[in-house]
Ligand binder design. Structure first.
Ligand SMILES: *Cc1c(COP(=O)(O)O)cnc(C)c1O
Length: 456
């Protein structure tokens, strides 16, 4: 087989290779139910190229080896993390994206896809109420979206090189914020953690008093990060109150909605996010619940000019743009990047408003059902309004909870349920993420009884 498709004739070998690979992928998906979420063991192909290139047959066999050893997000018991099965249309979007091999770095390398990304970001901004100056940029994951938001906030505050710069987030906020602080050259203490209340939500009066104290010490705050959907229990920080505080103090509000902001796409669930439209920037990860193939994250900003004023360096090797638009590579940290918004766009088009709402509402329904089935006389259950839930035996100390969580996770795996084992406060929990559309209420009934039997 020629390694590149002819630009003149239909490449029948590529055509049949794609056909067979697609068939294998569909078989793999169809097989997922009879397997478990993770394989017991796996074999790896050799990594170094042979002297002569392999035949299509050999390539497909090697691919099969990798597929056999892969995690299976489609399995109904795959409930450990925020990794749902991929939407069918987004698989196709990813394939076409690879075939087009456009580059979001520069407009001339992705003429229509750059516009598609702009329009799609704008649509998300409108859904979340960010106003008429808003816009955004796609990023390879929420960690990067959060980092870019914080770099931008610090830049706008004029504190780029100020070692007294600090920012705030709750105790339950995501580890990507600590990572961002490291990348930004900030001391560990520059991320000020604010206690959460019994619902796992940032305590606004603590925020206010810690802020005053730091201010009196000469520290300068450049951002508050509110989390919409915390990673362990899916809590949403009080966005209205935090927005009010930020407005009063003139501080950038970033909403880390990697998990929760997607709920803004349905009118019913958007009520959970009241106040999000007052944010200066929002991270949203359609990869985490809607099933857009990884990676799919957007950084949305209320004033899109701040993206270019922070990240633009000029792009002297690409044709300059007319008007107010900037090349994709001038809107964020990444240079060359794929047209990730293609699979997001086609996934949303496939679902329609009805399909999107169904995914959001059913994920919450599954969480409510599992919550109602877990014996609360035995377990402390922590959850929020979304599709995450975690639990640990009542009255266990830290080491007892460690032993129980380890043993129970392993025994659940033998029944093909995969839960994760976060540490929260001083205890270990088991966590279920109910975003897998293949999980039925019957599956959850079985899961709940296994959970309830895990202690006497
Ligand atoms: C997952 C997550 C992130 C990071 O997103 P990645 O795509 O994994 O980089 C950030 N914040 C929250 C709340 C998350 O749950």
């Amino acid at each position: 087989m020629e390694p590149f498709a002819s630009p003149h004739n239909l490449d029948t070998q590529l055509h049949s290779l794609l056909g067979e690979a697609s068939r294998n992928l569909c078989d793999w998906l169809a097989d997922s139910g009879s397997q478990g979420p993770i394989p017991d063991s796996f074999d790896l192909p050799k990594v170094a190229p042979e002297k002569e290139g392999l035949s299509n047959r050999a390539l497909l066999n090697e691919l099969r080896l990798l597929m056999n050893g892969a995690y299976r997000p489609s399995h109904p018991g795959a409930l450990a993390h925020l990794d749902p099965p991929p939407l069918s249309a987004s698989i196709v979007g990813e394939l076409i994206c690879a075939g087009l091999n456009n580059n979001l770095l520069a407009e001339e390398l992705s003429p229509c896809l750059s516009s598609l990304e702009r329009n799609l970001c704008k649509w998300f901004c409108e859904k979340l109420g960010l106003g008429h100056l808003s816009g955004g940029v796609a990023a390879s994951g929420g960690s990067l979206s959060n980092l870019m938001a914080l770099v931008m906030a610090r830049n706008i505050a004029g504190l780029e090189t100020d070692p007294s710069a600090v920012f705030f987030a709750s105790d339950d906020s995501h580890v990507s914020l600590s990572k961002a602080a490291k990348v930004m050259g900030l001391k560990k203490e520059s991320l000020k953690k604010i206690p959460t209340d019994e619902k796992g939500e940032l305590n606004v009066s603590s925020l206010s008093s810690i802020f005053e104290k730091l201010k009196s010490e000469g520290k300068k705050c450049f951002a508050v990060v509110a989390t919409a959907g915390t990673t362990v229990r899916g809590s949403i920080d009080p966005l209205v109150d935090i927005a009010q505080f930020c407005q009063k103090e003139n501080i950038w509000l970033h909403v880390d909605g990697a998990i929760g902001a997607i709920y803004g796409l349905s009118r019913i669930t958007s009520e959970l996010l009241e106040g999000i439209g007052s944010a200066n920037s929002i991270t949203v990860n359609p990869q985490k619940l809607l099933g857009i193939a990884k990676t799919s994250s957007l950084l949305l900003v209320a004033n899109k000019n701040y993206l270019s004023s922070t990240f633009s360096t000029g792009l002297p090797y690409a044709e300059p743009l007319t008007g107010n638009d900037f090349h994709g590579g001038e809107l964020g940290i990444q240079g060359t990047r794929s047209a990730e918004s293609l699979k997001l766009w086609i996934g949303l088009r496939q679902l329609g408003e009805v399909g999107i709402e169904k995914i959001l509402l059913e994920s919450i329904k599954r969480r409510c059902y599992l919550e109602s089935m877990i014996d609360s006389s035995k377990f402390k259950i922590i959850t929020g309004p979304l599709h995450l839930l975690a639990f640990t035996p009542n009255n266990y100390n830290s080491s007892q909870s460690f032993d129980w969580s380890k043993k129970t996770r392993n025994s659940l795996l033998t029944s093909k349920f995969m839960l994760s084992r976060p540490i929260y406060g001083d205890r270990y929990y088991l966590k279920a993420v109910l975003g897998n559309p293949n999980t039925t209420f019957d599956d959850l009934k079985i899961l709940a009884s296994l959970i309830n039997e895990s202690i006497n």
